[in-house]
Design a protein around this ligand. Structure first.
Ligand SMILES: [Zn+2]
Length: 56
């Protein structure tokens, strides 16, 4: 699979290579701005995410 994900915060592509078994509900981190994102929707070539408010 060769999925792509654009960060909803900084609009940069997120490197998904560290996440080999991504699924809906998984948490990923933008390697550009460092924001935490939850995977909300996946297709074979695209991932949609939502910003997670961790209350930091
Ligand atoms: Zn970002």
């Amino acid at each position: 699979m060769n999925m792509k994900c654009i960060c909803p915060e900084c609009k940069n592509p997120i490197d998904l290579s560290p996440y080999e078994n991504l699924a809906v509900g998984h948490i990923i981190e933008c390697n550009t701005c460092g924001i935490t994102l939850e995977v909300t929707f996946m297709t074979s070539d695209e991932i949609k995410t939502e910003i997670v408010d961790e209350g930091k």
